[in-house]
Design a protein around this ligand. Structure first.
Ligand SMILES: Cc1cc2nc3c(=O)[nH]c(=O)nc-3n(C[C@H](O)[C@H](O)[C@H](O)COP(=O)(O)OP(=O)(O)OC[C@H]3O[C@@H](n4cnc5c(N)ncnc54)[C@H](O)[C@@H]3O)c2cc1C
Length: 443
């Protein structure tokens, strides 16, 4: 469904022989890096195996939030929000960004504690997050069921944007600044010469370059694995729907313990069952069990572990290949998993209790996406030490739509060798090599 509504843009067909930087992957991480590098005057080529934003970057809920994020990545997340705010004017595009605020509503003591603790953190760092009692909540969200929620946390400068068009619009702006963007162009791997990256090999030919950024979303682990680099990344399946209602539930994205919704600019609402993502058991689940165990123990309520056809499908994918062979990247142009419809039905049932205006909602579309996650739910942004010249920007763990522009800024700073806008240390890949990694929540 997503691919039918995704905005398509004009792209290039001629693969250049050489570039200052090659970007692998046309989601928000790769496209924003391309945009900022092109703006800085570099010759940039982006290769996307399918279509721009065909995977996670068009399938997400469209929330752009800092509230609830891990404190170590807050500077990046807050900086990212600043970029979102100025993006449309700066590049002459329309991403659909609106600074509507976001509200989390809490019913159970556990939910209240989680967000009350976060409100304390917001106070300490000076973020404008506001605690709401039931009366204040009813004023903020008139469509909410009275007295159903005990507490809410509202952050007025969080916002939302339109995933079906935001990243294509950014890619359009990058092209206007001189970037080359090639779709249906899988990158098979990178070559080195004298211990440094020297070429990017694609299905359409080779590009000479000394710098490349891997922004391959859920594919980054497989790509690096072929070069003997272990990036501990797993995938979570998330189901989403678009609905229409008679009435108005307000402009602001709202999350409860068992539902989430966001108003869309096309008149509908994007809804999902919050805190229900599925970890499909694959061979990587066993390879990475030790690394992920602390995360699974701390987030077991939010992650449902399932054994299904994915195990055999992934077991059949080669983990090593040569650059003269057709790769899995060419065989699977776009990850387009089936939605789990009963998750959407659950979301709508819970939502109708919390916001009665959703009773009788008509579901017009449903879809799913595979969220790429790291063990501490923090992205990996920085150099891949084993392959000098290669940088990674991946593992956004369910919040890369919001923080992607900040990640694009950081990785482009690192590639250019200028003082980084954000401290890169929390995002280093090296952290995965040390024991005692902090567990993180997923999505
Ligand atoms: C259901 C769902 C809900 C979400 N909700 C939110 C939300 O509300 N807010 C939020 O901030 N985040 C949300 N996210 C997460 C967010 O969408 C992601 O973190 C973000 O889009 C990741 O961007 P990316 O560029 O890293 O990856 P992607 O968007 O997945 O892009 C990676 C691209 O790389 C390409 N690629 C991979 N390998 C190769 C190769 N070898 N050669 C060429 N191309 C290659 C792929 O085809 C793909 O297009 C959600 C995600 C999902 C699935």
């Amino acid at each position: 469904m997503i691919l039918d509504v995704l905005q398509r843009i004009e792209t290039d067909t001629q693969l250049p022989d050489a570039a200052d930087v090659v970007i692998i992957g046309g989601g928000i991480a790769g496209v924003t890096a391309t945009l900022f590098l092109a703006e800085a005057g570099l010759k940039v080529v982006l290769c996307e195996k399918g279509v721009i934003a065909g995977e996670q970057s068009s399938r997400n809920w469209g929330w752009v939030r800092q509230m609830g994020r891990d404190p170590v990545e807050l500077p990046l997340t807050m900086g990212s929000l600043d970029i979102w705010r100025g993006m449309d004017k700066r590049f002459g595009i329309d991403t659909g960004f609106r600074e509507t605020g976001i509200t989390y509503v809490c019913r159970t003591p556990r939910e209240v504690k989680e967000f009350a603790d976060w409100a304390d953190l917001a106070d300490r760092i000076g973020m404008a997050s506001e605690r709401l009692d039931p009366a204040a909540l009813a004023r903020k969200l008139p469509a909410i069921a009275r007295d159903r929620f005990k507490f809410a946390l509202h952050t007025k400068d969080d916002g939302r944007a339109e995933p079906w068009r935001a990243v294509p619009q950014m890619a359009m702006a990058a092209r206007r600044l001189g970037a080359t963007i090639i779709e249906n162009c899988a990158v098979r791997g990178v070559e080195t010469s004298a211990g440094h990256l020297s070429e990017v090999v694609t299905e359409k030919g080779t590009i000479r370059t000394e710098r490349a950024i891997l922004a391959g979303g859920a594919w980054s682990r497989m790509f690096l694995g072929n070069k003997g680099v272990n990036f501990p990344q797993l995938k979570l399946h998330g189901t989403v729907a678009r609905v229409e209602i008679d009435g108005d539930a307000g402009d602001m994205p709202v999350g409860g313990g068992d539902f989430a919704f966001r108003k869309r600019l096309d008149g509908g609402y994007t809804v999902a069952r919050r805190n229900w993502n599925v970890a499909q058991i694959t061979p990587d689940s066993f390879r990475l069990l030790g690394t992920y165990l602390p995360t699974l123990m701390s987030s077991w309520r939010e992650i449902q572990v399932r054994l299904n056809g994915e195990f055999l499908k992934e077991a059949g994918m080669p983990r090593k290949w040569g650059h003269d062979q057709q790769t899995t990247f060419e065989k699977i142009r776009t990850l387009d998993p089936q939605p789990m419809e009963h998750y959407n039905r659950h979301a709508l049932k819970n939502l109708a209790r919390a916001f009665p205006v959703f009773a009788g909602a008509r579901m017009t579309h449903s879809w799913a996406g595979l969220i790429d996650a790291t063990p501490d739910a923090i992205p990996a942004i920085g150099p891949v030490k084993e392959i000098p010249g290669l940088f990674l920007s991946s593992g956004y763990s369910g919040h890369g739509f919001g923080s992607g522009p900040g990640g694009g800024q950081l990785v482009s700073d690192l590639v250019r060798g200028v003082t980084p806008t954000f401290d890169p240390e929390p995002f280093s890949l090296e952290r995965f090599k040390t024991k005692g990694l902090r567990p993180g929540g997923a999505a």
